[in-house]
Design a protein around this ligand. Structure first.
Ligand code: SF4
Length: 385
């Protein structure tokens, strides 16, 4: 339930007023028609409609990723996997390689699994009903609303970070935007404002406004089509919205990894289990440094535990800072040489000795990618163990 004075209680009433409805259903889409940025997934196919598969891939890529970053990935991905069938038939390694650097690899794994399901259960046609589409792996309410409205004009309102920012500003919502009840109320509000004649265009209008005009910092209110009905702009405090509760400090872990080399200069890598975080990607063996443990001791212990070999830990190669969605790491990578033992994994996951020049054939998490860059620099200017 809304609380008195938080803006949610009367937003629905305000949304029903002719001025607000016209601003959202006429001024905003008309602005969008003139301002929409060209994007490869916005191009219609030969039949004049958007390809649902391309819309789907783009929406999965765009979660947590900016348009500028996602665009080259999208082009490479649909060139290599132009159809649902092509994606379903591809090895997971190949899919992850084309996703490498985008992060959130569970999205790629789910997309791959979902493509297999679409081929097996729907003859390769992306399902157009909410029930069938939501039954696919990795498809939540946002992806369903975005893909089905953009590709099939299903009357589903999208609620992403851009939409939340626009709505909380226009209706001066002071309720915590991270709270579940606020999300539910904002979804109801978006549903009420949605243009049911052209829901895809409406969704894109609001998202585009949030991305280009109603930006988190310094929103361009004077050229905003919603300016006449925007309460935050009238108050002169648009940046005060959305109101969000403070997050707990992000945990930090110190990680030690071993770049184990053999006499031929090859390095030892292993594949992460598919059901783990970053599942299916390749990495150097390593893990968290225990309290009181030196970086070198942690490196040797982790290599022993993961691959069953004793190593001599040598010179450091790189120190990499990296932030994931819920924690940060500082990764210390060391050169190592095998002293005894043959590599094996407890879990049966694959491992491989790979020439440094061939590492590009494997998909790595971003932090490991930066270790590889440092390794290549050092190979060009060798340091002895
Ligand atoms: S007037 Fe300003 S704050 Fe209001 S929706 Fe437009 S850009 Fe955002």
């Amino acid at each position: 339930m809304a609380e008195a004075g938080d803006g949610l209680d009367d937003a629905l009433d305000t949304a029903a007023s002719p001025e607000v409805r016209d601003a959202f259903r006429q001024s905003l889409p008309a602005w969008f028609d003139g301002a929409r940025r060209p994007m490869p997934w916005r191009e219609p196919g030969k039949d004049g409609r958007r390809d649902p598969y391309r819309v789907w891939v783009s929406e999965v890529m765009l979660q947590q990723t900016r348009v500028e970053t996602a665009t080259p990935y999208f082009r490479r991905f649909v060139e290599r996997f132009p159809t649902v069938e092509a994606l379903a038939a591809a090895p997971l390694d190949d899919v992850l390689k084309h996703w490498e650097g985008l992060g959130y690899y569970s999205r790629a794994r789910n997309l791959h699994r979902a493509a297999g399901q679409v081929v097996a259960e729907h003859g390769g046609a992306v399902p157009s009903t909410e029930e069938a589409f939501r039954a696919l792996p990795g498809v939540g309410p946002y992806t369903a609303a975005a893909v089905l409205s953009l590709a099939f004009d299903a009357p589903l309102a999208v609620l992403d970070g851009n939409v939340i920012r626009v709505l909380t500003r226009v209706f001066a919502v002071t309720a915590d935007a991270r709270a579940g009840r606020t999300r539910t109320a904002l979804q109801t509000l978006a549903d009420a404002l949605l243009d049911r004649e052209r829901p895809g265009r409406w969704n894109e209008s609001v998202m585009e406004l949030g991305a280009t005009v109603c930006t988190p910092r310094s929103p361009a209110c004077p050229r905003c089509p919603l300016r006449p009905v925007c309460q935050a702009a009238a108050l002169g405090t648009p940046e005060a919205f959305p109101v969000v509760s403070k997050r707990a400090p992000t945990p930090h872990h110190t990680i030690a990894v071993g770049v184990v080399t053999d006499d031929d200069g090859r390095v030892l890598i292993q594949r992460r289990p598919e059901d783990a975080m970053l599942g299916g990607l390749w990495e150097f063996p390593g893990g968290k440094v225990e309290p009181g443990e030196s970086l070198e001791d942690a490196c040797a212990r982790e290599v022993r535990e993961e691959l069953g070999v004793e190593v001599a830990v040598g010179a450091p190669i790189a120190r990499v800072e990296h932030a994931y969605s819920h924690f940060r790491i500082t990764m210390h990578a060391f050169r190592c040489r095998v002293v005894s033992g043959e590599p094996r994994t407890e879990t049966g996951e694959p491992w491989a000795w790979v020439a440094i020049g061939d590492l590009d054939g494997y998909a790595f998490p971003r932090a490991n990618g930066r270790v590889i860059e440092a390794l290549r620099e050092q190979v060009r200017a060798p340091r002895l163990l």
